[in-house]
Design a protein around this ligand. Structure first.
Ligand SMILES: O=P(O)(O)OC[C@H]1O[C@H](OP(=O)(O)OP(=O)(O)O)[C@H](O)[C@@H]1O
Ligand code: HPA
Length: 192
């Protein structure tokens, strides 16, 4: 972003363009929250937030949900420090409580190759929840390697590496309030 704003923030200078503005994300997250509240009325769903990327999305989604619900977290890693999935999915932190007989909704920031989500679905399904669904903010389907069914999708996006609103490159940019495409220069430079 070449502007006065970019000069004021070193993060903005690394963004080639804004893909999803803050207001558009806010609006879509509200819609998802209302839809889930309607469909899960009386089911007391358990939201499983996948750290770290989903943390901003989950916190806004929860505030848009108006029914009784609970939250737990898992931390998963498959990307290391770069823009390519390592293909090896690791659980860094597991759920605090069993999910047997619970209506579980996995909350993810992005599904790209599908490796992370496929692993999560198989892992959580083996714990015998009453139901298991997926709510994902971004669906980047062009690079999909494994088929995964997505129940709630915020936006379908093109095959570009995106950052902001929780999504990182080498752990940076998560604090941008919008979703932007990282410039090739920033990718080449590596972490800030
Ligand atoms: O569909 P995939 O190709 O598997 O990619 C999606 C996963 O990659 C990111 O996680 P990452 O491993 O970067 O960890 P993070 O959430 O801590 O950033 C993202 O949060 C998803 O969990
Ligand atoms: O485009 C992306 N940005 C950030 N993290 C990701 N993990 C998979 N794809 C992406």
């Amino acid at each position: 972003m070449r502007s006065l704003e970019a000069e004021a923030s070193p993060l903005l200078g690394d963004i080639e363009s804004v893909l999803l503005e803050e207001a558009r994300i806010r609006q879509r997250v509200q819609e998802l929250g209302h839809q889930i509240s309607h469909e899960y009325k009386d089911l007391d769903p358990l939201f499983v937030g996948i750290l770290k990327g989903a943390v901003l999305f989950l916190s806004d989604l929860l505030r848009a949900v108006s029914i009784p619900s609970t939250v737990d977290f898992m931390a998963i890693s498959s990307y290391g420090a770069g823009t390519k999935s390592s293909g090896v999915v690791r659980i860094l932190k597991d759920l605090d409580h069993p999910i047997a007989d619970r209506h579980v909704i996995i909350v993810e920031d992005i599904v790209d190759t599908g490796l992370t989500l496929r692993y999560l679905l198989d892992n959580l399904q083996s714990r015998k929840p009453a139901s298991l669904r997926v709510c994902v903010l971004l669906d980047k389907s062009e690079q999909r390697q494994l088929p995964v069914h997505l129940d709630y999708v915020g936006f379908s996006i093109p095959n570009r590496f995106v950052v902001g609103y929780g999504l990182d490159y080498a752990e940076h940019y998560r604090n941008l309030p919008f979703i932007g495409i990282l410039s090739p220069e920033a990718v080449q430079r590596g972490s800030r």
